[in-house]
Design a protein. Structure first.
Length: 253
């Protein structure tokens, strides 16, 4: 009985050591991945973006404050799209729809060639009648310095990229800047079988650019941060192993 308990204890110690080594080499995310084997990836909890670690309020150059002008005896409000109430997002917590339309195509090609040849040759053939003196011919060299060098380089580079992304995502206003611009951030997660697709949109928008249906195009977002990716079994297969990533960073060749 004691031998069985000792073997069980040793097995637990070995598993703990393996998990610690995995956490040290590949990051503690390996433990989470091991715990999710055979299960669907879990969706992230809905939380407040301003409470996330590393969140910093956006600070941008602001113009001088201007005195607001009012129209007396008028039922119409400047900037309104509706007679009774402006339905567009304008304060913290309001929602608006961001239309992500990215169609990017780039085809670049360049080549640089360099070539250089150097030759240096210097010597002494006769130094004050040294040819007539036998001992001087033995001491004085015929060539003092002879150097040749040749260098050439040929560099080529090309980029052929095509990207297309069209989708909509709802974003929440997280901050109102002093000049009235809105800081928005939206995140969308879609799980299909064992794969999660993530879409993150963040940036600064002008209230004037928001359409009457409370939508805005992604091309009108300043400081835009758009991320589209995923996580799950397919993404794990597409990523190289931790050991290979470490070797790619450390190997100089």
């Amino acid at each position: 009985m004691s031998s069985f308990s000792s073997a069980s204890r040793l097995r637990r110690i070995a598993i703990s050591a393996l998990l610690l080594a995995s956490c040290a080499l590949g990051g503690c995310s390996s433990i989470d991945r091991l715990s999710q084997i055979g299960e669907q990836p879990k969706l992230s909890a809905i939380d407040n973006p301003t409470t996330q670690p590393g969140y910093k309020p956006v600070q941008m150059p602001m113009p001088k404050p201007e005195v607001a002008s009012y129209n007396p005896n008028s039922l119409w409000r400047n900037g309104s799209r509706a007679f009774f109430k402006d339905q567009r997002a304008h304060q913290i917590g309001d929602l608006l729809t961001v239309s992500v339309n990215i169609t990017d195509k780039a085809n670049l090609s360049n080549e640089t060639q360099r070539s250089r040849t150097n030759s240096e040759d210097s010597g002494i053939t006769d130094f004050i009648g040294s040819k007539t003196i036998t001992q001087a011919n033995k001491i004085l060299p015929g060539r003092i310095l002879t150097a040749d060098s040749t260098a050439s380089s040929d560099g080529k580079g090309s980029v052929n990229r095509t990207e297309a992304l069209q989708t909509n995502v709802a974003a929440v206003v997280t901050q109102v800047l002093p000049n009235g611009n809105l800081v928005v951030e939206g995140k969308q997660e879609i799980r299909v079988n064992y794969e999660i697709r993530e879409l993150v949109v963040a940036g600064i928008v002008r209230p004037e650019d928001i359409q009457s249906d409370n939508t805005i195009d992604s091309s009108k977002i300043a400081q835009a941060r758009i991320a589209y990716g995923g996580r799950g079994q397919i993404m794990d297969v597409q990523q190289p192993r931790y050991g290979q990533q470490v070797m790619d960073v450390l190997l100089p060749f």
